[in-house]
Ligand binder design. Structure first.
Ligand SMILES: *[C@@H]1O[C@H](CO)[C@@H](O)[C@H](O)[C@H]1NC(C)=O
Ligand SMILES: *[C@@H]1O[C@H](CO)[C@@H](O)[C@H](O)[C@H]1NC(C)=O
Ligand SMILES: *[C@@H]1O[C@H](CO)[C@@H](O)[C@H](O)[C@H]1NC(C)=O
Length: 831
């Protein structure tokens, strides 16, 4: 009996399954879609049919990707009128040419209509699904498009879909989130183009703006990093009197990428990675608290990592409007000009101060003209006392167009990153505040010399990514022919002076000291060239020689000179001098008898010499050196390439951080930046840096965490694969920690440490540092305290087990062979 039932059930299910696979290519007067059917696009990329999200009881008509294994819905018709399980629905064309969804096959009464395109046709309307995922209803007689689903986006923007508005047709294309992952009804978040002033994209929760994407500037949305070099898609933006429309186009139509507003209000782009059968996060638009709309008030600027969240855009020209509130972390009042403007009836002595690298302020109250020049723009702004600032609408080439702000500047963000160079805004100031030398928001409380140096540091960021000419270098080599620069003549002279403070040696002296760079004297390879041992004035030295052919090396050389000559800490390597003659560039350091940390910890014969006390001493030293770089040094520095081979050891095994070739200094209160060129070392790069090019002090903290685990275990994170579990070192440390077996992580060549508490605590600190989210990772100041044994430690969250495989899954191309160990590599991050 039982067997018979099973057979019957099997037969039934077989039957149903067969029906389920019925695929049709169009819906017309004579062809309709039942719940068992799907409408498939010609090349089979998209499919329309009935779906039930998650464990919901409701059913919806929607479109999803047909070729990928995770069902991903991109559009839903009856968002807020779901079908219940009991009914049997049908999608058909009814007179006079409307596509309608009925909840009962046999009814045509309006109560049964769950959704309708409300179109009218002159005859023979048909509905087809295109390979872009667009459901289109056309008039059979004249082939006119009557309706298309691309005009009614839900929470997803697929490639070639428009976002914006068209005043001629009255269409408005915006995204609205699902209520939850199981309920496609419109949720509380909407993402749309703000129609007031110059177009900008705003994310709203209910009626409140919570996040703003800066306005389009001809290349990218202001405040976002450069989209050039993106190899997945191209952006297109149309802005004219009647239309504002953004869309993206996939470069390879077989890649799968979507832009979504999820039910928790997160805007993100994801890519389908077929090899891993999953969606990979590619870019998240909101990158932290500082992206909350207008968090610091007028003329305020936000920092994600500082203890003081908000500062005034320029601390010497603006003051908090409510100093008491400001002290108590109430930033709502923002800042006001220290010296009031002088403008009456369009006359006065006001002028403008330029700020570079900003996400342009809120454009709700702006005026614009796409054909004016910058000069005309300035004149118009100057004449109108309500005009607070002006900028180009388009920064391509020389820049063009005029955008005027007619109210206080809200929601500004200052970005210290070369890749966004060119986004300037000119802010109206009283004549007494005009200071043409200050192009960057720099606090004048610092001494004169210091300011110049920071300017230099900022211009350096530009050098590295190659957006600027090699100004400094040129001036060093060819003083009499310094290039005429209009905007930043100051930098040239200053750079020269700053660099020259370092003792200069002649090439022949240094060459002699290293026995003419003999192979026997070679110590190893540094970031941009070989390193030799030498003897100079009775002192042992290490000489780094820039490879003549290396262009990147030249930038790194300059960077290193500038960084290291200004830093002094006993856990940083000390630069003694340099030599620049013709094509020969040499850096001279104090000599480190015990070479680099990787040679000590990863080599089984040497590692026995490093007992726990020495290892802990090294961990503490690196932490202090890094804390100095991040917080206490004159330039605040993100090292970006912290790894065992960049930690040198002196005679007493004191660690010294070295190799500042790709370090970045960051200004005042800015602590996070974005780069297109990801430069670093596999195994040490934090996920947000490797994948999104986002670096901050917290990406250094991540690398530090990896180092700690490596020092304890004597194994490299990269290349370490646990034989049984396939974890990398981080994964292995995490697993052991959770199984209370952390002590097993310790290097086998280490004797039983007499202080297991210190070991366990260090492992835990390491795990706290490698947490996936940068916000969760501690600052170096906390790390130093934690290592010192102070206080209880928070429980670490699960880290990403970051392996090369993940990296390749994100479709990275590496300019360097990724399998060679510990090489610093560089990647261009596509966005
Ligand atoms: C497009 O992507 C597919 C699959 O990822 C690949 O096989 C194909 O070679 C790519 N085409 C081009 C022109 O790059
Ligand atoms: C929305 O996206 C964010 C960021 O990727 C994620 O943390 C969050 O869990 C998502 N929310 C939902 C409901 O999926
Ligand atoms: C300044 O600009 C605003 C906005 O365009 C305008 O309403 C106002 O009349 C202008 N004032 C003068 C003096 O031109």
């Amino acid at each position: 009996m039982e067997r018979v039932t099973i057979v019957v059930l099997l037969l039934i299910s077989f039957h149903i399954q067969k029906i389920c696979t019925a695929e049709i290519d169009s819906i017309s007067d004579i062809k309709f879609l039942t719940e068992e059917d799907t409408l498939v696009s010609p090349a089979g990329t998209f499919e329309l049919g009935f779906l039930t999200p998650g464990s919901s009881e409701n059913r919806y008509l929607g479109i999803w990707y047909k070729k990928i294994s995770v069902k991903t819905v991109v559009w839903v018709a009856n968002r807020d009128r779901p079908l219940t399980l009991a009914s049997s629905a049908v999608l058909k064309i009814v007179h006079p040419g409307s596509l309608v969804l009925m909840n009962d096959t046999n009814t045509t009464s309006s109560s049964g209509i769950m959704w309708s395109s409300n179109t009218t046709s002159s005859g023979n309307a048909t509905a087809k699904l295109g390979d872009m995922g667009n459901l289109v209803i056309t008039d059979g007689d004249n082939q006119k498009i009557l309706w298309q689903s691309f005009d009614y986006p839900t929470d997803t923007l697929v490639a070639d879909m428009k976002f914006g508005w068209d005043s001629l047709t009255g269409k408005e294309w915006h995204l609205s989130s699902w209520k939850s992952s199981e309920d496609p009804a419109p949720g509380e978040y909407t993402f749309s183009v703000d129609k007031r002033g110059y177009p900008q994209n705003i994310l709203k929760q209910g009626a409140n703006i919570i996040f703003r994407v800066g306005p389009w500037n001809g290349i990218r949305f202001s405040g976002n990093s450069n989209v050039n070099g993106n190899k997945f898609y191209t952006n297109s933006m149309v802005i004219n009197d009647t239309m504002v429309a953004y869309s993206y186009h996939l470069i390879n139509s077989s890649s799968v990428s979507r832009f979504t507003l999820n039910s928790s209000g997160e805007l993100q782009r994801t890519m389908w990675v077929e090899a891993e059968k999953k969606w990979q996060l590619y870019n998240v638009l909101q990158k932290g608290v500082c992206d909350s709309y207008n968090i610091c008030g007028a003329y305020g600027s936000c920092s994600n990592v500082n203890s003081q969240r908000c500062t005034c855009l320029n601390e010497s020209k603006f003051v908090p409007s409510n100093p008491m509130g400001w002290k108590g972390s109430d930033w709502s009042g923002g800042c006001v000009r220290r010296t009031p403007l002088d403008c009456k009836n369009g006359h006065g002595t006001d002028g403008f101060v330029r700020y570079s690298n900003v996400k342009l302020p809120d454009t709700q109250k702006t005026w614009f003209n796409m054909s004016m020049t910058m000069k005309e723009c300035e004149a118009v702004c100057l004449k109108n006392c309500t005009c607070m600032a002006y900028a180009n609408t388009n920064i391509t080439g020389e820049g063009s167009g005029c955008l005027l702000w007619l109210n206080d500047l809200l929601d500004i963000k200052v970005i210290v990153d070369g890749s966004t160079v060119g986004q300037d805004i000119f802010v109206r100031m009283s004549s007494s505040e005009l200071d043409h030398a200050v192009a960057q928001p720099v606090s004048e409380k610092r001494s004169g010399k210091h300011i110049k140096f920071i300017l230099l540091g900022v211009s350096l960021g530009v050098f590295i990514i190659g957006l600027s000419s090699t100004l400094l270098w040129y001036s060093l080599r060819n003083r009499h022919h310094a290039p005429p620069t209009v905007e930043e003549p100051m930098h040239v002279g200053q750079s020269q002076q700053e660099v020259m403070e370092l003792p200069l040696f002649s090439f022949s002296t240094v060459a002699q000291s290293t026995a003419n760079f003999s192979p026997e004297n070679k110590l190893g390879e540094g970031g941009f060239g070989p390193v030799y041992k030498g003897m100079l004035e009775g002192k042992e030295i290490a000489v780094k020689r820039l490879s003549i052919s290396s262009k990147q090396g030249l930038n790194e050389f300059k960077n290193e000179v500038i960084c290291v000559s200004k830093l002094q800490h006993r856990n940083l390597v000390k630069l003694l001098g340099c030599s620049i003659e013709g094509d020969e560039k040499l850096l001279i350091y104090e000599y480190m008898p015990n070479r680099s940390l990787d040679l000590c910890i990863f080599d089984k014969t040497h590692s026995t010499l490093l007992d726990w006390a020495k290892r802990f001493h090294i961990i503490e030293g690196i932490a202090r050196g890094l804390l100095y770089l991040h917080q206490d040094s004159r330039l605040r520095i993100i090292h970006r390439d912290l790894k065992a081979s960049n930690i040198l050891l002196d005679l007493d095994m004191n660690p010294k951080i070295s190799d500042f070739g790709i370090a970045r200094s960051f200004e005042g209160n800015e602590t996070q930046a974005n780069t297109e060129r990801v430069v670093g070392t596999y195994g040490y790069m934090s996920p947000e840096y490797a994948l999104d090019g986002l670096f901050s002090t917290k990406s250094d903290v991540f690398s530090f965490g990896v180092l700690v685990l490596e020092i304890i275990s004597g194994s490299r994170n990269r290349g370490f694969i646990h034989t049984k579990h396939g974890n990398n070192l981080i994964g292995c440390a995490w697993r052991m920690y959770n199984e209370d077996r952390s002590m097993e992580l310790i290097d086998s060549s280490l004797n039983e440490p007499n202080d297991p508490f210190e070991v366990l605590r260090s492992i835990e600190v390491g795990l706290l540092c490698v947490q996936e989210s940068p916000e969760d990772r501690p600052e170096m100041s906390s790390v130093v305290r934690m290592l010192g044994g102070e206080g209880a430690l928070p429980k670490p969250k699960q880290p990403t087990f970051f392996t090369e495989r993940n990296l390749l899954g994100a479709d990275f191309s590496s300019s360097t062979n990724p399998t060679s160990n510990d090489l610093t590599v560089s990647n261009v991050v596509a966005r």
